[in-house]
Ligand binder design. Structure first.
Ligand code: ADP
Ligand code: ADP
Length: 228
């Protein structure tokens, strides 16, 4: 699904003060792209991701998902849209500790009409042999693979990853990026990855740089051929 932001602004008001976490942010991303959002702490990366994921609303501006103007949807419609179309991956995996890898994915599968089989996604992330292990029996990289499997079980059009490699060493981070790349190719998922890490960003198709709530640079990666 293609994504378009037009003059998206997020304003926080505290008393008489107002603060812009995002100010007039505009960009496009093609369907099937992997987009990196790069920027220092406090630059608005999480805010941008939360707005993309419909867990936060912009104060102003227009957001298009393909031909759908999501800025016009009601809160109820947004929730429904998110449930069916958007997957999330977090820095600290957020797996349920007393459920096995398989059961963690099963919980997510039960919440949506899942088009994919749990075994199929476990296979896709290379974790079928670990399906009966509990999160604490798995390494950080393995837990992140399970959390990616959980996010893609509903075959979302959009996958949002907030610092997915923030707690991992360099080699494991690279493997996680390679896995996201494989999922992007297998399912055509549009993927956004928030990161501080320029070498992780350099593995993506498009790199959006944020600073103080504004885009300072959008770059297409010459090393990577964008799907469109
Ligand atoms: P990043 O993810 O790049 O670290 P954030 O999107 O989390 O940045 O935050 C951007 C700015 O918006 C920060 O200065 C932060 O303090 C501010 N901010 C985020 N959420 C709120 C909020 N709920 N109320 C007030 N300010 C906020
Ligand atoms: P990160 O480093 O992952 O961006 P942050 O510490 O910036 O995390 O933000 C974590 C959460 O706290 C976010 O959901 C953000 O909206 C909220 N937050 C950040 N800054 C503020 C703030 N000044 N006031 C209220 N909430 C905030």
């Amino acid at each position: 699904m293609s994504i378009k932001f037009k003059n998206v602004t997020k304003e926080y008001k505290t008393g008489t003060n107002s603060f812009y976490a995002l100010k007039n942010v505009s960009f496009k991303a093609n369907e099937g792209e992997i987009v990196a959002i790069l920027g220092p702490s406090g630059s608005g990366k999480s805010t941008l991701l939360n707005i993309l994921g419909e867990i936060d609303r912009a104060t102003d501006g227009e957001i298009m998902f393909g031909d759908l103007n999501v800025s016009k949807l009601s809160d109820k419609e947004l929730t429904k849209y998110r449930r069916n179309n958007v997957g999330f991956v977090f820095q600290f995996y957020n797996l349920i500790p007393n459920l096995t890898a398989f059961e963690n994915i099963e919980v997510a599968a039960e919440l949506t009409k899942s088009p994919l089989k749990i075994e199929e996604v476990l296979e896709a992330v290379g974790m079928l042999q670990n399906k009966n292990k509990f999160p604490q029996q798995l390494s950080g990289g393995e837990q992140q693979r399970i959390s990616i499997a959980r996010a893609i079980i509903k075959n979302p059009k959009l996958l949002l990853c907030d610092e997915p490699t923030g707690a991992l060493d360099y080699n494991t981070s690279k493997e996680v990026l390679e896995l996201l790349d494989k999922i992007n190719k297998m399912y055509g998922t549009t993927i956004f990855i928030v990161t501080h890490n320029t070498s992780i960003a350099s593995m993506c198709h498009r790199i959006i740089k944020l600073r103080s709530g504004q885009i300072t640079d959008v770059k297409l990666n010459k090393e990577r051929i964008s799907p469109k």
